[in-house]
Design a protein around this ligand. Structure first.
Ligand code: AMP
Ligand code: MN
Ligand code: MN
Ligand code: MN
Length: 287
């Protein structure tokens, strides 16, 4: 890979999971890069949901700010009744197989948005599709866009409240996901020369046994890593995920999952450090 990575030194700060307005983040790709720079991030991956629309803009801004931008994506997966997120890092965004897969997921998102709006309509909330569209980019519609609309209209007080009351299982605006399979997702990322990483593994509401099964299957399919440090993972969870990484011989990734200055688990680059017993995914980037 690029000789640029030879520069890696103790002064580096990685953040390998972030969002922009190209999905459900609230900063443009350029503003995200600027904020990352201010926060001391030296290597930033933009990983928007099911699309890479923001990568070129981010890349351009990163060049001018002397920050390394890693092309990434966060793909929505349905696995044994659960929704799981797989991050792809170092992907070739011009890869046809990857882009076809992402395009199908965004088509599904549009259909799901219509279904969400229909359900909200039945619950007495009209105009949700148009309302959510106002907050969304042309290509990607997600629950966060509905959340912003519902908060703006006074149906809930904040992001946390609106998800709990409207947008999760058994609530009026919930539609169960029908996303990509784990196998095709890992294949798209690998076909695009990237590394597949299980995002925020502690956040899934599944038993430890089921999570181990996910990790084992992911590894067998050609997955490369797991987010040991994530903005939403507590130190104890970081240790658990570090053990999983070691056991399944997976590389360790670290990302904040930053979405917005006022709605994020943590600031850019400010998640827990990786413990010393894991192999950071970026160690494979030094040629
Ligand atoms: P979607 O992929 O459209 O179903 O939306 C998933 C996104 O919703 C996640 O990536 C988060 O950005 C956001 N999200 C999910 N649950 C919550 C929550 N409880 N509070 C705030 N944001 C959430
Ligand atoms: Mn999101
Ligand atoms: Mn996610
Ligand atoms: Mn994310």
């Amino acid at each position: 890979m690029s000789a640029f990575y030879r520069k890696i030194s103790p002064m580096t700060q990685f953040d390998l999971h972030t969002h922009s307005t190209a999905s459900d983040g609230s900063l443009t790709p350029e503003a995200l890069v600027s904020r990352a720079k201010q926060q001391g991030v030296t290597h930033l991956a933009l990983t928007d949901h099911d699309g890479t629309e923001g990568i070129r803009q981010a890349m351009k801004e990163a060049l001018s700010q002397d920050l390394v931008l890693i092309p990434g994506v966060e793909i929505s997966v349905s696995w044994h009744g659960a929704t799981v997120h797989i991050v792809g890092l170092q992907i070739d965004i011009d890869n046809a197989a990857l882009q076809e897969g992402l395009s199908a997921l965004r088509d599904y998102r549009r259909q799901r948005a219509i279904d969400i709006a229909t359900r909200l309509e039945k619950a007495g909330i009209s105009g949700a599709y148009e309302g959510a569209s106002q907050y969304a980019s042309e290509t990607m519609m997600g629950r966060v866009h509905f959340a912003r609309f519902l908060v703006e209209k006074g149906y809930a007080k904040d992001m946390k409240d609106v998800f709990k009351r409207f947008l999760v299982r058994n609530k009026p605006g919930y539609v169960s996901g029908n996303w990509a399979s784990l196998e095709e997702t890992v294949n798209w990322i690998n076909a695009a020369g990237g590394q597949a990483v299980i995002a925020h593994p502690a956040r899934y509401k599944m038993t430890a046994t089921k999570r181990r099964k996910l990790v084992a299957e992911f590894k067998d399919l050609g997955g490369a890593g797991i987010e040991v440090a994530s903005g939403s993972q507590h130190p104890e969870e970081v240790r658990t995920m570090a053990r999983l990484a070691t056991e399944f011989d997976l590389l360790a990734s670290a990302g904040s999952d930053f979405h917005s200055p006022d709605n994020s688990y943590t600031e850019l680059g400010k998640m827990t450090d990786l413990p010393p017993n894991v192999t950071p995914i970026w160690s494979t980037w030094v040629n």
